[in-house]
Write a protein that binds this ligand. Structure first.
Ligand code: ADP
Ligand code: MG
Length: 694
């Protein structure tokens, strides 16, 4: 290719003037392969009038942005050590920037006369100063205070610096690209954009890099975000539409089992449970298969709902499969289901890989003949050997832990199977729509009335003794306690040793008059089971452990959960640990021992102290951490986009969702929306679960 070749979006980035092979290789390595990728390199932040102060306006202890010119800089020697000082001036005064660390890194960054933006907390010591400020070198005229313009600042990795590309350099490249590219065909029609009040794609990209005003910038991002959410919702809408298109058996009657179960519950359903049961019954009585996700915190009564639903199916002579992601969870569910099934006279069996071949064979046979009415199990249920006489309901626990294929395989074992997914993994509501939008959603947001809310407190090191005293009092009353130690990596011996030595110390010292148990990840299966049985039977009074979270411990007598180094756990983990107590009729307590006090860890523990509702906690967690970590896996293809801020994009998500679902309703195969179809097939194919539109 030579310089005369026309530059278009797909042009290899190295052919853009000013790039070349060396820079091109570096840009490639950070994901900028072509001109389009470059244009989708969004600024890290913007400088505009509203967030800048002149030096005569700043106050001590304020965090501010100042823009000025570099007057001087250099290393200053002290009796002990040295520091780096940079002096910046504007028309109203001067300010010093000081670095004590990283001097070798900083030393060749500056040139006298460069325009610079500095950011940090103002101190006063021989004039205003900022210690270790953030800074950006700007182009000569880049002072929004003078020009009124908004300046995009791009992140620059150390890699880019190696090829002399700083924020200014990237801007120059983008401006060059925009000289060549003066329009881009939009996948949305002109009418659609107009009706929805959306910028066209080209205008959005242009504004993002050359903002004409704050409002325009906002509209540009709105459009770019809209795209991301829209296509995701389009996928969800198509999946949903497809499922709803099947015609299957209607389950209108409750049948003998469900009626009997209602009568024998021994408690009344909460309003939330009643609402969800109504939703499920309405799904079942239609001939379109149910595809519903029930969300609710541990202990809110989801299993009861699943069992009532299963009872309706079984009462209408069809079969039910319950699938859980781990053997422990499957066994736990089996325990709960079996209890109900035995009372009702329903045939219920467990299928996991860890049972003997003769039993397996018998199960396969009975399932095929319809003698087993409810089967509970793990992935073992998916195998080809497993066949049903008439599978009509699949209950999936923690469905996000199964792959698309796995779910599909189980569903394909029946004709038009109803799907009931359950999750206790707290996902913020905005995220739920983004991820689970292909299902109908139900929330159980109410706990059974007989529960006493757990009291949670953060404990500092000097208050630990009083916690031990409280534990003794509880154990004397016959209650049970947990002390949990963090484990950072399963392979990390040190953590286990810390817990073990603590256990020894407790046994010989503070709790020498009590029976303690010790549970950790390295124990073999039988030893683990043995200890868990002791816990559940009340043979020990206090369990010291590293790994209670994943384990099916259910002791209604447990009233105290002590979490050591609580700051080292994630919020969801802490919430789940806390869920091990407060399961019976006694007031329970959770003590989070904070060993290392940082602003962030205190904020996080505060959330737990303040809220008991796991979904509320995850909302707060999302605000603190941003969505990246929630979506972690690449499974949801859109996450990589740094554009999205799901915690705050609720309005855009709803907008995109409404339009996407509307379009699929009217044009399910996208026959009159070819552009959308093309983009979908190009970028989102891996997410099309039940459909083949290509
Ligand atoms: P989940 O599956 O959501 O963790 P479960 O269905 O296992 O919760 O219910 C937890 C416990 O609460 C069970 O012992 C169950 O019998 C009981 N339970 C469920 N619903 C109610 C209710 N409405 N009133 C009283 N107890 C309930
Ligand atoms: Mg139905």
């Amino acid at each position: 290719m030579n310089n005369k070749t026309k530059i278009h979006l797909g042009t290899d980035i190295q052919y853009l003037k000013g790039v070349g092979p060396k820079r091109g290789t570096f840009l490639n390595s950070i994901g900028i392969k072509n001109v389009h990728d470059l244009l989708r390199t969004f600024p890290r932040k913007y400088l505009d009038r509203t967030n800048i102060k002149t030096i005569d306006q700043i106050k001590v202890n304020e965090k501010v942005v100042v823009i000025g010119t570099i007057e001087s800089f250099g290393v200053q020697r002290l009796k002990k050590g040295k520091y780096f000082k940079l002096t910046v001036v504007d028309q109203t005064g001067f300010i010093n920037c000081i670095w004590f660390h990283g001097i070798s890194w900083i030393v060749d960054k500056f040139q006298v006369g460069d325009s610079i933006a500095i950011y940090g907390k103002i101190e006063f010591y021989r004039g205003y100063r900022i210690i270790h400020p953030e800074f950006d070198i700007l182009g000569g005229n880049d002072n929004p205070l003078n020009t009124g313009t908004i300046i995009p600042i791009y992140s620059t990795s150390s890699l880019l610096k190696k090829v002399s590309l700083d924020s200014r350099g990237i801007r120059r490249l983008i401006d060059k690209a925009l000289l060549h590219i003066t329009s881009i065909e939009d996948h949305f029609s002109f009418t659609f954009l107009k009706n929805e009040g959306l910028y066209d794609y080209y205008k959005s990209l242009h504004e993002v890099h050359n903002p004409s005003s704050n409002d325009a910038l906002k509209s540009a991002y709105y459009r770019l975000k809209f795209d991301e959410y829209f296509f995701l919702q389009l996928v969800l809408a198509m999946n949903k539409h497809q499922i709803k298109n099947y015609k299957g058996k209607k389950f209108v009657e409750l049948g003998e089992y469900a009626v009997k179960m209602y009568k024998n519950l021994g408690f009344t359903l909460t309003n939330s449970q009643i609402k969800v049961m109504r939703e499920i019954r309405s799904d079942l009585s239609s001939n379109k298969p149910m595809n519903r996700l029930v969300q609710g915190d541990v202990g809110c009564g989801k299993t009861v709902i699943a069992m009532l639903t299963a009872a309706i199916i079984v009462g209408n002579s069809s079969q039910v499969a319950v699938m859980a992601p781990t053997e422990i969870l499957a066994e736990q569910h089996y325990g709960s289901f079996k209890e109900y099934c035995d009372i009702l006279g329903i045939q219920c069996k467990l299928l996991i890989s860890n049972i003997n071949d003769a039993d397996k064979k018998k199960i396969y046979k009975d399932l095929k003949e319809g003698a087993i009415q409810i089967i509970v199990g793990t992935h073992a249920l998916i195998q080809d050997k497993v066949e049903f006489s008439d599978l009509a309901l699949v209950v999936i626990d923690e469905q996000h832990r199964f792959g698309v294929e796995q779910r599909k395989n189980l569903i394909n074992k029946g004709r038009h199977v109803n799907m009931l997914s359950m999750t206790a993994t707290p996902i913020p509501r905005t995220l739920t729509f983004a991820i689970h939008g292909d299902m109908d959603l139900s929330w159980i947001d109410e706990m059974p009335k007989n529960r006493i809310p757990i009291k949670t407190s953060i404990v500092q090191r000097n208050q630990i003794d009083s916690v031990y005293q409280t534990m003794k009092k509880e154990m004397d009353k016959g209650r049970f306690c947990f002390i949990v130690f963090p484990i950072i990596q399963e392979s990390d011996k040190i953590d286990a040793e810390a817990a073990e030595s603590a256990y020894q110390k407790f046994s010989n010292d503070v709790f020498k008059d009590y029976t303690l148990g010790f549970l950790h990840g390295k124990l073999n299966k039988d030893d683990k089971k043995n200890i868990m049985d002791q816990v559940n039977n009340g043979d020990i009074q206090c369990l010291v452990s590293t790994t209670v979270v994943e384990v099916g411990i259910n002791n209604p007598n447990a009233t105290i959960m002590v979490i050591e180094n609580a700051e080292r756990f994630g919020l969801t983990q802490l919430h789940q640990l806390r869920g091990r107590v407060g399961r019976g009729k006694y007031q329970s307590y959770c003590y989070m021992i904070q060993r290392k006090i940082t602003e962030n860890s205190s904020k996080r523990l505060d959330i737990l102290e303040k809220y008991l509702d796991g979904f509320k906690i995850s909302d707060e967690d999302l605000k603190l951490r941003g969505p990246g970590e929630f979506l972690g896996t690449k499974q949801h293809g859109y996450v990589s986009s740094k554009l999205l801020d799901i915690a705050n994009d609720g309005e855009i998500i709803r907008h995109a969702r409404t339009r996407a679902f509307e379009i699929i309703e009217n044009d399910p195969k996208l026959i009159s929306n070819q552009n959308l179809k093309l983009k979908l097939l190009r970028d989102y194919k891996h997410m099309l679960e039940f459909i083949n539109i290509g």
